[in-house]
Design a protein around this ligand. Structure first.
Ligand SMILES: Cc1cc2nc3c(=O)[nH]c(=O)nc-3n(C[C@H](O)[C@H](O)[C@H](O)COP(=O)(O)OP(=O)(O)OC[C@H]3O[C@@H](n4cnc5c(N)ncnc54)[C@H](O)[C@@H]3O)c2cc1C
Length: 603
């Protein structure tokens, strides 16, 4: 039995044993590198950031396959998670966004659900996930140093030298900083941008609660329970998150993660406790107050200052800052852990190569820096425009399509690359083809231009250059002129475990799905952009969500459905019976009627 590891020389020293440090340590250890992971805290410990997106899970699956680490994939599959890791996590079937006005009961026509995938995403109870990953890293040879502070740090041509609070001297050839926002290296080398270049401003308050019931029943006319996803209560320049860990039959955890994120320029920090401030916000919105009326915090509240930070550089000679150490925007859209695993993917191979060649010059790692800076800017625009758009539901409805088009299409392209990689073993399939991308090289080739024009439109509204109605209309017009492909393939859906090989899905069915997606993502008349059979059929018939098909009230702002160039040519989808099993999550139904689209209020 090893009581204390006495080795002091390592190839890689990793600071921080959270998600990034432990996952990278697992990969490096598996590939035979000697690794030490140092953390001032110890597992299990609280960590925030729970909600995954398909992009996050797809990259974890790729890492698991590429580095032959099936245990990594346990954390993305709901069943395997409960069997092998813990029973404390929830599931996520959608991003649910409901829109609120102060003093008013929620209007259920102003709720949107964007499906995450045909297989469940996860609400990770981070203290268990992080502990599991840390133990996995140790299993693959990483040497743990918990409850250990770094007291001095030096990097030169010979390598990295650290001293710790335990009196130990640790030498390594490369240093990875996974210490998050408190980043040791950013502090040591003055890497933070002050002031940050990021446009967005927010601060946050959060805790874990029990006794927060589902936001459903009368509030939810959509097909999936809001409780089965990550719920966002959005309002002018702010949002609450509700992330249940108890929404999964396999979960034994009654806890719900809750938080409030607000713009401090609009809502300066008051002189009161975080809990009192949270309750004050809750009480402004009657439907939110109803959901939280019995909620009880089970751990201390956290209240932060401004969340946004960025770094001038994120790699340097013999070091790299992991995503969360290099910068952060806002939890909205759950992109933090996606960016984290993306940087693990980008860093692992160059680092393993550098350990072989002994070439640790910055150039080998510059692509990692470019990627980190790019996604930070993208996340900044994405969230900043969301906060602006929350002035008006119609503008928010338009802006969410801009997010959806980027995310859905990139995920399909990535899934295709993953399937091709699995089939051929050729790692070039894991590199996307899009040049000058705005957030990832798997995004649609024309997305960057569409995104930039959409950002300019929302910012023009903010600057007073156009009304919110005109801005929303312009975004939908641009979306309709944007000739994107929906690159969905059956083999890729199977590889990503979104459907089974034996499920039948013909090319014709796929064409049906592609057309449906196209309409759903570019019209103001859908609210449940999820992958259900009934929805695909309805979309192909260009029929709005049923609960929108009501007489406009006096306050409704009718956005006309913009006409696409190909719309006149498009024929009604065939009603011929499809040989599709109804269990297939992305399959169209076999029969139904197709009434002509009716004019609907957008609210
Ligand atoms: C409020 C909030 C909500 C979020 N929600 C989501 C979400 O829903 N979905 C999502 O994908 N992402 C989310 N994120 C982002 C997510 O939290 C991060 O991407 C993720 O935690 C990064 O993991 P990490 O291991 O790099 O850093 P962390 O999880 O921050 O871990 C850092 C580790 O470093 C250690 N450490 C810190 N300082 C030192 C030191 N001086 N010496 C030694 N050790 C140190 C800490 O103890 C800790 O173990 C959220 C972030 C915030 C702030």
């Amino acid at each position: 039995m090893v009581i204390q590891e006495t080795k002091h020389d390592f190839e890689v020293a990793i600071l921080g044993n959270g998600l990034s440090g432990s996952m990278l340590g697992t990969i490096l250890g598996k590939k035979g590198a000697s690794v030490v992971i140092i953390d001032e805290d110890q597992h299990p410990r609280f960590a925030v950031g729970e909600s995954t997106i398909p992009h996050t899970s797809l990259i974890v699956s790729i890492l698991a396959e590429k580095y032959d680490l099936p245990e990594l994939e346990h954390i993305v599959d709901t069943q395997r998670l409960a069997k092998h890791v813990c029973t404390t996590c929830g599931i996520k079937r959608h991003f649910g966004y409901v829109y609120h006005r102060p003093g008013q009961v929620y209007d259920r026509r102003e709720g949107l659900q964007f499906g995450t995938s045909a297989r469940d995403e996860n609400h990770w109870f981070r203290q268990d996930i992080d502990a599991y990953l840390h133990n996995l890293a140790v299993h693959y040879g990483a040497v743990p140093r918990q409850k250990t502070k770094v007291t001095s740090l030096e990097i030169n041509k010979q390598g990295v030298k650290l001293h710790t609070s335990a009196g130990e001297e640790i030498r390594a050839r490369y240093l990875v900083d996974g210490t998050g926002h408190k980043s040791i290296l950013a502090e040591r080398f003055g890497l933070r941008e002050t002031p940050t270049r990021l446009k967005h401003h927010s601060r946050t308050l959060f805790t874990h609660m029990v006794d927060v019931p589902p936001f459903d029943d009368a509030n939810n006319p959509l097909p999936i329970s809001y409780h089965k996803g990550t719920l966002h209560h959005c309002f002018e320049r702010g949002w609450f998150w509700v992330i249940p860990f108890n929404n999964n039959p396999l979960s034994t955890n009654p806890i719900i993660s809750v938080g409030l994120t607000i713009d401090p320029r609009r809502y300066p920090k008051p002189d009161m406790s975080a809990e009192a401030e949270f309750n004050e916000f809750v009480n402004r919105y009657p439907s939110v107050a109803e959901q939280f009326k019995d909620g009880k915090a089970v751990r201390p509240w956290v209240s932060t200052g401004r969340l946004q930070y960025s770094s001038k550089q994120t790699v340097g000679y013999r070091y790299c800052l992991m995503s969360h150490a290099s910068g952060f925007v806002d939890p909205l859209f759950s992109r933090g852990m996606f960016n984290t695993v993306e940087i693990i993917q980008a860093l692992a191979d160059p680092l393993l190569e550098a350990l072989k060649t002994d070439n640790f010059n910055d150039e080998a790692f510059l692509a990692v820096d470019r990627q980190q800076q790019k996604v930070l800017n993208y996340n900044d625009d994405l969230v900043n425009c969301s906060f602006i758009s929350w002035d008006d539901f119609d503008l928010w409805n338009a802006w969410l399509r801009v997010f959806g088009l980027g995310t859905f299409l990139a995920e399909f392209h990535l899934m295709n690359g993953m399937s091709d990689y699995t089939r051929t073993g050729d790692p070039s399939h894991l590199v996307g083809k899009t040049q000058n991308s705005i957030f990832c090289d798997f995004e649609d080739p024309d997305y960057a231009a569409f995104f930039k024009d959409s950002v300019e439109t929302v910012e023009a509204y903010e600057a007073g250059g156009m009304t919110s109605t005109a801005a929303a209309q312009r975004i939908f017009d641009m979306a309709n002129q944007y000739e994107f492909a929906v690159p969905i393939r059956k083999d890729a859906l199977v590889r990503a475990h979104w459907m089974k090989e034996e499920d039948q899905l013909s090319e014709r069915d796929l064409g049906f799905i592609r057309r449906g997606f196209r309409w759903a993502l570019t019209t103001p008349l859908t609210r449940d952009v999820v992958s259900s059979s009934a929805a695909f059929f309805r979309w192909c018939a260009h029929r709005p969500d049923p609960h929108l098909c009501v007489e406009s009230d006096s306050q409704s702002r009718d956005l006309k459905t913009p006409r696409r160039r190909d719309e006149r040519k498009e024929r009604r989808p065939s009603l011929r019976s499809h040989a599709v099993r109804s269990s297939s999550p992305v399959a169209p139904p076999s029969t139904t009627d197709a009434r002509p689209a009716v004019q609907a209020s957008t609210r």
